[in-house]
Design a protein around this ligand. Sequence first.
Ligand code: C2E
Ligand code: MG
Ligand code: MG
Length: 743
Amino acid sequence: MQASENSNDDFLFIDDSDEDEILDCDGKETWRVLIVDDDPEIHSVTQLALSDLVVLGRRLEYLHAYSGQDACTLIEQHDDIVLVLLDVVMETDDAGLNVVKHIRENLQRQDIRIVLRTGQPGYAPEESVIKEYDINDYKTKTELTRRKLVTTVYAAIRSYQQIATVSENRKGLEQIVVGAANLLELHSMTEYCQGVLQQLTKLIGQDVECLFCARGQGIIDNADDLSFYIIAQQGFSETLTKQKLDTFNDEPVSQQVKYCFTQKKHQSDELSHYFYLARGGYRAVIYLALQEPLTETQQQLMEVFLTNAAVGYENVHLFQKLSNAAYKDWLTSLPNRLEFVRLLDLFAKNNCDNEVAALIDLNHFSDVNDGLGQDIGNLLLAAVSQRLQNLGPGCKVARVGADVFGIIGTTESLTPDILSQLFEQPFVAGEQKLPINACFGFCTKEHASVNGVQVLNQINIALNLAKKQRIEHFAYYNPEMEDATLWRLNMIRELRTDFAENRLELWYQPQLALDTGKVIGAEALLRWRTADGNFISPAVFIPLAEYSGLIVDIGGWVVNQACQQINDLSQQHFSDITISVNVSIPQFRRGNFVDTVMKAIDKHKVNASKLELEITENILMDDPQVIIDALIQLKSIGISIALDDFGTGFSSLSYLQKLPLDRLKVDRTFIKDIDQEGQSVIAETIINLGKKMNLKVIAEGIEEVEQQERLVELGCDEVQGFYYAKPMPKNDFLHFLKNNKPH
Ligand code: C2E
Ligand code: MG
Ligand code: MG
């Protein structure tokens, strides 16, 4: 292309710019422009031509290079060059194009604008090169009048600025995306809000002060009203966090935050912003105090950021709800067992020596549930939970089981007395007023293990003991209890193997008629001789067998042995002898006891009337009807039933009358001092009661002749005791029978 209006060299002197853009400029900031040309004159004329130019409020500042090589060096040294006015042909024909490649490919500077100039039109680069290297303009020097140069430079710098804005935006957005990903990992509300403020500060890139405010309910522990709280802060004091907004000493700011909540939209002036965050019903306000106003880009980015932050804010709330579901009891909203274990963990690890942890087990809760329905049961639990929470803010309450509550507090606020007082008044559940008792297990710091699960176990041990105690309904854990548990487990294991290896024996203690002195029967009593030859008392191992359920199998074996004994005795012509067998509650509850007895009688073909079952009053405590039904069934085939240890239990007479009894056994505690003045009242009462109920009465534990004499006076029917004979092995009993000379 040929120059149309100007001749070769004076093209730049022609001033056709009657409307140069001279704008206000503060003169501080400039655009740095690199002029690259091997002709020094071009440098000066270019500078002259652009001398007054102000682009977007800034003047131009120049760097000069006279070869492609120089240009590359300068560009590397100055990273603020926005525009290169570049001669194509210099030291080589393509020196200019090499500079372009260096900028775009080696330095990866896509933002620098490039205007190519050449004196010789023949050296114009290919169009593809212009596109590939993002060259703004290509002009022959002859084309470049002053006006055109100004326009070109102006357009190029504007384009630079747009690219810079886009790139700033991109960086900001990248920051938001990365920030959002980081925020996603924060599940606790305060951490999340703190994170939002940190990201926000980073995005703005200046020192700011900001607050994250929201209603405290559901976020701050014990914030039960709708007050606004400072959930997180940046640039203020750490002590503000989790405090009510009203404690913030800047009334206008507090007012403005609240106003923003009610207006439901951002409130801003130049240096302070109140951003309104809302999503899915979760709302917050971020207060932001700036040093410098936000740029337009920052404002746009802020919008994107806040939208993201609101999504995250809702997520954290939802996450919190989920974790509440995992760690809270749905019925009472108290921490659940999992959370209580975590609290116990903290209890175990902290240094507060005056803390104590406890479990509270409601007695007979299942009766309420079964009798009055689950709804009333639920109301009762809610009422108990409410009362426990009244113990004070220092106490942490949890529901760890259906009818078991956990509590951690100070030794002064959490004592057996204080807990007992809570249960003195009945609980209101719907229309009902329910008196409820409870057992308490405690564990003090002194004995607490190092982790929550173990502490829970320790309190449980104490609680179990408390439940078994008759007098006190609480127990404090001590390590010996655990030794006892260990001992118990070992004993049970040993009993199980010894029973399997046939090391249990059934001994017999004779029972005699008082009037004739004739042996009328015997009580079958278990004996356990361990592998090392020691006897372990049934008073010790029977409760363990009951506790472990082993009594079901052992009891079945006893019944069979007794039937065998009845047979053996009748073969030896002692067919009148009745054998009494002791029966425990679990045999009725866990095993099919009626079936076991029927089968034994069938198998040994014995006369059922020669078998007697001894039950205790305690049998009536749990589930009387099941047991009464079973006894009636057994009685119907001729088996007789004796009530053992009579007088030591708690049963009411009305229940006793429902039992199909044949005999009452007066416990030996009432026989002990019977021969002493005024000490026979209970025995006498029992004997008379037996008579009235038409039952035979047998007294146990007779050791002295005087006791026997008194019993004769009282009209007792039968006796059993060391005075006559101690329990003895099967063969000895046969021998005893053969030698029995009636008194
Ligand atoms: P129990 O049924 O009240 O048995 C009577 C206990 O009193 C026996 O203790 C017997 O040896 C003891 N005794 C009898 N006469 C006298 C006496 O004159 N003075 C003293 N001091 N004691 C006397 P033992 O054999 O140690 O049995 C303890 C308990 O173990 C029994 O009390 C019974 O409840 C239970 N038991 C024993 N064998 C069995 C069994 O096969 N099944 C079940 N479920 N329990 C059993
Ligand atoms: Mg007995
Ligand atoms: Mg007894």
